[in-house]
Design a protein around this ligand. Structure first.
Ligand code: ARG
Length: 346
């Protein structure tokens, strides 16, 4: 890391939001500010400075980061979410408002459905600025809440620290384990004290999963095979309200649920299916046109920045802030219906 008082060298061909919005003038006005948790501009931008191929390149250390460094965060939030400084976020997690009968009951196209939200604990710093003790306290509080879940959400918490060979092999086979050593998170300070304080919970049926102290303090995930999107959303919504009774989440009227990465603000929700669309994929232009129309993102099936395999794509909502959770899932659902219709017509 270079001197915090020096404007970082950003190559001219850098395409990230950080490179686009951080002028030397803006840097000068923000460089000596810090939040009450001691989080600085240099920390907020480090991931994008060290990873020039970032799409975004900034992380918040706490709620205050979004106001203290608003000169940088606001234009990025505006561009990513189409959400302005005056806008207010609205939440709606009621499955009754979602219109989503299974679009593929015979299972010809949709392999699986997964919906996740990010959550962070109220009145504590976010991951990039949290202390070791605070992080360990969160693990204690969250794993306690999870271990108290009953019925179909009942399951087991597996701390990464001291995890047995057998547990780790099983969690890797299930694709449940989050990856260690991610360079974007590393440079954001999110891998400090690894693996202490991190862990994974899943229910016995393996349809409900929680990551503890990864990029966000909680990533709450509901998933199952096939295309019953409403069932997946209903399970998620129930799980969130159960956990929220024990663990208060960080939320503001303007930005909704607070997350360390500005792309996840608001609903903090990513609703996705893995879907086989071999014919449509042969014409990427049409495929992308449908995706844009429904505000969707097309990705490979091995996570962010991955390629497709065997014509199977990961389709998810792109908007998260200024739209409700129901709208995020409805976007994804409506787009998937349109994609299946296009695939059938070819
Ligand atoms: N910081 C990375 C970038 O700017 C990831 C951004 C979005 N993804 C995420 N997992 N938060 O490219």
């Amino acid at each position: 890391m270079n001197d915090k008082n020096e404007f970082p060298e950003l190559p001219a061909d850098c395409k990230s939001q950080l490179c686009k919005h951080l002028s030397k003038e803006l840097f000068e006005t923000l460089k000596d500010k810090e939040t009450s948790n001691g989080f600085t501009l240099r920390q907020a931008i480090n991931s994008g400075v060290e990873n020039i191929d970032s799409g975004i390149g900034v992380y918040a250390g706490d709620e205050e980061s979004y106001t203290t460094f608003s000169g940088l965060f606001d234009p990025i939030i505006e561009e990513y979410h189409g959400f302005s400084k005056e806008d207010k976020h609205k939440s709606n997690l009621d499955p009754a408002d979602l219109n989503a009968p299974n679009p593929d009951p015979d299972g010809d196209f949709i392999v699986s459905t997964r919906i996740r939200v990010g959550r962070n604990v109220a009145d504590l710093p976010l991951g990039p600025a949290i202390s070791r003790d605070q992080r360990n306290d969160i693990e204690h509080q969250v794993s306690g809440a999870l271990n108290g879940l009953t019925g179909s959400l009942a399951g087991t918490y597996f701390p990464l620290q001291g995890m047995s060979e057998a547990d780790s092999t099983q969690l890797i086979a299930d694709h449940f384990l989050f990856k260690a050593g991610d360079r974007f998170l590393e440079a954001a300070g999110l891998n400090r004290d690894w693996p202490e304080g991190r862990g994974i919970y899943h229910n016995d049926e393996k349809t409900f999963l929680v990551w503890v102290n990864e990029e966000d303090q909680l990533r709450i995930i509901s998933m199952q095979m096939g295309g019953d999107i409403k069932e997946v959303f209903t399970r998620l919504s129930n799980a969130i309200s159960e956990i929220e009774q024990q663990v208060p989440f960080s939320y503001t009227e303007h930005l909704g649920y607070l997350t360390s990465c500005p792309t996840n603000l608001g609903t903090a929700m990513r609703a996705s299916v893995h879907i086989a669309l071999p014919k449509l994929a042969a014409d990427m232009e049409v495929f992308e046109k449908i995706a844009d129309q429904y505000h969707l993102q097309i990705r490979g099936i091995h996570g962010e920045h991955s390629e497709s395999e065997g014509g199977v794509y990961d389709i998810s909502n792109r908007r998260r802030l200024g739209v409700t959770e129901v709208e995020c899932v409805q976007d994804m659902y409506d787009g998937v219906v349109a994609m299946i219709a296009a695939e059938k017509a070819l």
